[in-house]
Design a protein around this ligand. Structure first.
Ligand code: ADP
Ligand code: ASP
Ligand code: MG
Length: 401
């Protein structure tokens, strides 16, 4: 399984280079299935176009529009492969048998049939599948959320029993931080599923979160690597407990979420349940949640939501704030999250203290904190986040192998 991201198929030269690599892999005796993303930034262009014609683009039509991008790249890649003397057949997500639920814009894969892919391979041809899309149980075209081609690739790899799922991209692997922000960031030779899950969930967008969940659940070996240099990249694998763990494996950051606060809700059983049930029913993905101590039977609750979901979240909250006795709803989009991730922090106390000290020295104010057993995240002012990432990367010596 080889997946090529947008930059990897951005223009005709890149598409021919990818075709060449696919053909070489096939000639080396492998059956090859390819998943492609839309060319370059074309998905962003489609999103902009949709907002130019509509103030609130209809979900079904948005998905119909966005899936066109992957259709273009799959057909062009097949043409380029055929030119090199190998047969290749393209398939939309629907044709590949990727069945999803009915949530437009962030559908979940329910089943991967893959019959036509197997037939194509059995005929000695290469199958090229459009990433990021499927067909819902209501027979409508759906998309899997931004970056979803990774998920298509891993899900298909699991279903077909692929030897490896190679994710080709514009960096040479998974780094200790986004190399665009921290030039000293170091490529990791391998990273565990657990660490990669935490990194993907907190902004390490080199792999889509859902794809890592699939890889872990089905044991798919994932190899993240460059389609520009073709050098070996990073293996995402089962945690090796016999090895000494690095305390911190990476620093991530994410500016895609906003902070919302609902002030002075009643402090009694059922209030949080009603609030978060209403948000869940509106398909708002709530992330970090903080509830303060209560004074006089009332308390503030703050949480983060994707900026794209902010308007929906506020609308839902305004509807129920009376029932919760809330005195107001505020939101702040000028925030970002910085996180440190590492399996070694389970057995090394003091990581949180060190993180907070580093931020304090930088004069960065921490607005919210959340932790898992292998991650610590802080919400900080957006203008400070890159400085925080650079300082943490250096304080934890991540540039040194
Ligand atoms: P593709 O279009 O190939 O799917 P993406 O843009 O989705 O590529 O993902 C690759 C990008 O992820 C890189 O260009 C890099 O800027 C960014 N990135 C963020 N965090 C990391 C990280 N820890 N390691 C590597 N890349 C990262
Ligand atoms: N083209 C889609 C996006 O830009 C899916 C992907 O590239 O993975 O989000
Ligand atoms: Mg991607």
């Amino acid at each position: 399984m080889q997946k090529y991201g947008g930059t990897s198929v951005a223009d005709p030269d890149r598409i021919r280079a990818v075709a060449d690599h696919v053909v070489r892999t096939h000639r080396a005796g492998k059956q090859v299935v390819v998943v492609v993303s839309a060319m370059g930034k074309s998905t962003d262009d489609f999103v902009r176009l949709a907002h130019d014609v509509s103030s609130d683009p209809h979900g079904r039509e948005m998905d119909m529009l966005l899936t066109a991008g992957e259709r273009i790249s799959m057909a062009l890649l097949c043409m380029a492969i055929i030119d090199l003397g190998l047969h290749a057949v393209s398939f939309t997500g629907s044709q590949a048998g990727i069945v999803t639920d009915t949530v437009h814009g962030k559908a979940k894969i329910l089943e991967v049939k893959g019959d036509r892919i197997r037939e194509t391979l059995a005929n000695g041809a290469v199958a090229v599948v459009a990433g990021f899309q499927g067909i819902s149980t209501d027979r409508d075209i759906t998309t899997l959320g931004r970056g979803g081609s990774d998920t298509t690739a891993v899900a298909l790899a699991a279903s077909l029993g692929a030897e490896v799922c190679e994710i080709y991209t514009d960096v040479s692997g998974v780094f200790t931080a986004d190399p665009r922000v921290v030039p000293e960031a170091r490529k990791l030779a391998k990273v565990s599923f657990e660490e990669m899950l935490e990194m993907a969930a907190t902004g390490g967008k080199v792999l889509a979160l859902r794809s890592v969940e699939f890889a872990r659940n089905y044991g798919v070996p994932v190899h993240v690597r460059s389609s520009f240099t073709w050098e070996p990249g990073t293996w995402v694998v089962e945690e090796d407990l016999s090895m000494e763990q690095a305390i911190i494996s990476g620093v991530t950051h994410d500016a895609s979420e906003a902070k919302v606060t609902i002030a002075q809700v009643a402090d009694r059983p059922g209030v949080a349940a009603s609030l978060f049930r209403a948000l869940a029913d509106a398909a708002v993905n709530v992330d970090m949640i903080v509830q303060n101590v209560s004074t006089a039977g009332h308390t503030d609750i703050s949480f983060t939501v994707p900026k794209d979901d902010l308007h929906r979240a506020i609308a839902v909250m305004e509807k129920i704030s009376g029932d919760l006795e809330a005195t107001g709803i505020t939101h702040d989009s000028n925030v970002a999250r910085v996180s440190v991730v590492g399996a070694g922090m389970r057995t090394n106390p003091g990581v949180a203290a060190k993180m907070f000290e580093v931020l304090a020295r930088q004069g960065v104010n921490i607005e919210m904190i959340s932790t898992s057993s292998i991650r610590i995240s802080c919400v900080v002012p957006l203008p400070d986040v890159e400085r925080a990432v650079i300082a943490l990367h250096s304080a934890f010596d991540l540039q040194i192998a």
